[in-house]
Design a protein around this ligand. Structure first.
Ligand code: AMP
Ligand code: MG
Length: 340
């Protein structure tokens, strides 16, 4: 990233108590998104492994986590980073080729990258939260990434259970909500009490965001996961019928769904737990950045029972059941309909 862009980011946030965190988070996320785009373009099908829960993890997930953890640790040596991945699988002899690939891509951003150092940078992360900590999903929506659909690099700063800062890079998301076939690549940013913004993938063109003003459910557009195992599509459909929502759902991978609510494109984001895993507890890194981005744009975010999201009980949101994101105006109407 050029010095001029870094300076303009810094100038834009100079007065904020978290201004150095904002600048570092933008820089780290943008580097990771460049790495992900490069890997995405070169995908051959040999870049992913299956984790013990059968979910995929790719060279890009590891590379993104290595870059962001290294960068944040260097700037804030006392901070804890709670990120999704670790290097356990990567260090196994059978995956040495994957580790070599990760190192190759990280090397473009950090010239002294070696397999050993890259593994160590990935492991700067732990799964223990503190009073102040960062949480990172190096690639949210890995299945979307592999399909060539949406994915997000999501980084948030949490203090005393409150999300203070959220950054989300969506390299494959169209910039203009009215031109889905137009240019792609967005960075969303929100700070507590300071609003929500969209920028381009170089950190320029900062625009404030606000949610849709739709007051009638029949005119609402709702968004949901692509993966049927991540949300109850059938229940969503019945709920939409009950609310007379006429438009079909916009299915999208990753926390990009929070971004499209924040910019007024979708009115609601529904995430009722799938019947395949009804007791599923959400991970903090899957919602921290997205939720502040929707809230600071004027939206409301709770679980499907109306409870605030719980970022203070470790890596799992143990006190929550599903997720509901709205433009605020329609929140109570949808919460009531959810009681069906
Ligand atoms: P999405 O792209 O919105 O479908 O969300 C992707 C995220 O869903 C991944 O990062 C996973 O952590 C998470 N996930 C995995 N299994 C489930 C599940 N059974 N229910 C809800 N979310 C899940
Ligand atoms: Mg995720």
């Amino acid at each position: 990233m050029s010095f001029a862009v870094i300076r303009s980011i810094r100038d834009g946030f100079r007065m904020d108590e978290h201004s150095s965190e904002v600048v570092a988070a933008i820089q780290a996320t943008i580097m990771a998104s460049q790495l992900c785009q490069k890997i995405r373009k070169a995908l051959t099908g040999k870049e992913s492994i299956l984790k013990s829960d059968r979910s995929p993890v790719t060279v890009a997930d590891f590379g993104s986590q290595a870059i962001i953890c290294k960068f944040i640790r260097e700037k804030f040596p006392n901070d804890t980073i709670v990120a999704e991945e670790d290097s356990t699988e990567l260090r196994k002899p059978g995956y040495s080729k994957i580790l070599e690939q990760v190192t190759h891509y990280v090397h473009d951003f950090i010239p002294d990258a070696s397999p050993e150092k890259v593994s160590a940078w990935i492991d700067y992360s732990s799964h223990f939260t503190k009073v102040r900590f960062w949480t990172l999903d190096p690639i949210d929506g890995t299945k979307g990434f592999l399909r060539g659909d949406q994915y997000a690099i999501a980084l948030a700063l949490i203090e005393n259970g409150i999300v203070k800062l959220g950054l989300m890079a969506c390299p494959n998301l169209y910039v203009d909500k009215d031109q889905p076939d137009g240019n792609r690549g967005c960075v969303f940013l929100a700070m507590k009490g300071k609003g929500s913004f969209q920028m381009d993938l170089r950190g320029g063109g900062k625009q404030p965001l606000s949610v849709s003003k739709t007051e009638t459910p029949s005119q609402a557009l709702f968004t949901e996961s692509v993966e049927p195992d991540h949300a109850d599509h059938l229940f969503h459909q019945r709920l939409a019928q009950k609310l007379n929502i006429a438009k079909p759902p916009l299915r999208m991978d990753s926390q990009a769904k929070y971004g499209i609510v924040a910019r007024g494109e979708a009115t609601l984001y529904l995430r009722v737990p799938s019947p395949s895993e009804p007791g599923y507890k959400e991970n903090i890194w899957d919602h921290a950045a997205g939720s502040i981005i929707a809230e600071e744009a004027g939206g409301k975010v709770t679980d499907t029972l109306g409870n605030p999201l719980d970022f203070s009980s470790g890596i799992k949101m143990k006190k929550n059941h599903g997720i509901l994101v709205t433009n605020g105006i329609l929140h109570d109407v949808v919460l009531n309909a959810l009681k069906m």
